[in-house]
Design a protein around this ligand. Sequence first.
Ligand code: SF4
Ligand code: SF4
Length: 313
Amino acid sequence: MDFQRLRALVEKAVREALEEKGRVRVPERKKTRPGIVLAVAGGKGGTGKTTVAVSLATSIKGPLRFFDGDVEEPDAHLFLRPIFRETVPVEVPVPEFDLSKCTYCGACAEFCRFNAIAVAGGRLIFFEGLCRSCGGCAALCPEGAISPGSKEIGQILVGETRDIKFFGGRLSPGEQMVAPILWVLAGYREDEAVNIVDGPPGTGAGMIEAVSGADYCLLVTEPTPLGLHDLKRSADVLGILGVPYGVVLNKDGMGDGRVERFCEENGIPILMRIPYEERIAALCARGIPLAGEDPKWAKRFAELYGKVQELVT
Ligand code: SF4
Ligand code: SF4
């Protein structure tokens, strides 16, 4: 084979590999329970994710459970206005030190990769805020000087509004571990019910925990370069988690057509379009669910839910 031909083949292989790298895949999975877990996620804050989640909740016939998984900046309660009946604390294990047994060997400090323990000059200091509750220090302490304690990092607020049972995760000020709150929140999902999970923005640990175990995920995005960037990242995460997904295109009419092209090229269904209108933006700003104000939108959100049901059943 001559050099020119070999080079052309290599260039073609690299081009194809790069094109393949840019592609995403919508996983196929059918639900296995009578009810459904439907997650709503999106990129940055302000894409209309919560508007979509609460509008769905007010347009679907129950029994329905709504989960506010944006534990750092919860706002779904402002739209749905539930009456809260119960507050359930979320606790995580943290080490408790018995300094009468401690020899200040420093093994725990050396082990802790989060730098939550410092041992020097015959003193031990524990930085509780840095602890990630792995339990490793207690397991390795040669003197048995560390025992399991606990601390509250947040709460689950349980309430109801009309036919909707509402569960709101809250992260306490100064705390960082969102995952344990989302694990507890997921424990309230009911197999027989429609469970709508309003996830946090982004594709971090919170989003991953919020969408894990969902039968389907609606990705709310805007037709802008940033919207496309976030959509690609969310699609990658959902592909890895094996959660099927479709897009709700918010502010349709602004920006460019790149989000639509990306969806078309990768077989991602666009299940709803919300036009870019001042009136709609004003409703969202006043905390009014789109579907609550306008029966036309209630019907559209009910149809959206119907499309999702067809895709997962
Ligand atoms: S490993 Fe145990 S004995 Fe050693 S410094 Fe830590 S608490 Fe003290
Ligand atoms: S439990 Fe884990 S994270 Fe917390 S102090 Fe011990 S080793 Fe560090």
